[in-house]
Design a protein around this ligand. Structure first.
Ligand code: FPP
Length: 261
């Protein structure tokens, strides 16, 4: 995707001392960056606030991450917003998150139009409250013709559930006689995942210092570089995204081969 260095500079402003924009090779950014946004609750609690305030502050961090990703020229950005396990949170918090997803999406649709961003969702949306579901549908429809970055929101997503669903779909196709077992390739499995047609993430970022994958994109992250920051998600900003991209560019990616091969 085309990268615009001028726009990038205009967008970034003055970087902190540890970053020089020259450090980032715009010709070699990861095509897909995925983020486990973690630490909203702790961010709020550390300030004596209700956890919900952390989620609200997290929306600002997400907006900045989306626009910076567009400026960087990523093909795709995906974020883990709500897992299949998150239903176990107090009902009040679940309700707030579902409300926040819907209101944020409506509010940010003009930004997606302006930035030519195409929305997509990863996860089983059928279990979501009606309004959230309807707004997501509207977001999908309204951005379907956009040709810029794909922004994928993982909601009611769990990797094991996704793989189980893919197995079931493929098995049913075999039972119907549309496929032979020998037709089952890695590509075929990938085409039955929520991420079908997207490049695999090349860089996974997790905030709040936790060293876990939390049932997130287990198939797709097979070769991803990992970047963990101690920042809580609401404190994540354009500079931390650049630090992560710089770290990615300093890695020696071998895909199971040897150095220099
Ligand atoms: C983790 O913090 C974050 C989430 C549960 C995801 C929700 C993300 C947002 C509200 C950001 C905006 C997203 C959208 C799509 C509008 P946590 O609650 O797990 O924090 P903790 O580990 O400190 O408890």
């Amino acid at each position: 995707m085309k990268r615009d260095e001028g726009l990038l500079r205009a967008h970034y402003g003055e970087p902190p001392a540890d970053i020089a924009l020259e450090d980032i090779d715009l010709g070699r950014v990861p095509s897909h960056v995925s983020i486990i946004m973690d630490g909203n609750g702790r961010w709020a609690q550390a300030r004596g606030l209700d956890r919900s305030r952390g989620h609200v502050a997290g929306v600002d961090a997400l907006r900045e991450t989306v626009t910076t990703s567009v400026r960087l020229g990523l093909d795709a950005l995906s974020v883990y917003a709500f897992s299949t396990e998150n239903w176990r949170r107090p009902q009040r918090e679940v309700d707030l998150l579902m409300h926040l997803f819907a209101t944020t999406l409506v509010k940010e649709l003009p930004l997606f139009h302006q930035e030519n961003v195409r929305l997509r969702f990863l996860g089983d949306l059928s279990a979501l409250p009606r309004r959230t579901h309807d707004v997501f549908r509207q977001g999908l429809d309204e951005t379907a013709g956009h040709t810029g970055m794909t922004f994928a929101l993982a909601v009611n997503y769990g990797s094991r559930a996704e793989l189980t669903r893919a197995c079931r779909d493929v098995a049913e196709a075999v039972v119907r006689g549309e496929l032979a077992a020998t037709d089952i390739t890695e590509g075929l499995v990938a085409s039955h995942l929520y991420t079908a047609g997207m490049p695999d993430p090349e860089l996974l970022i997790r905030t709040s210092g936790e060293l876990r994958l939390s049932n997130y994109l287990l198939w797709q992250l097979a070769y991803a570089e990992l970047y963990v920051t101690d920042l809580m998600w609401p404190d994540f900003d354009r500079w931390e995204l650049l630090r992560a991209v710089r770290a990615f560019q300093e890695r020696d990616r071998r895909f199971g081969g040897v150095v220099g091969s």
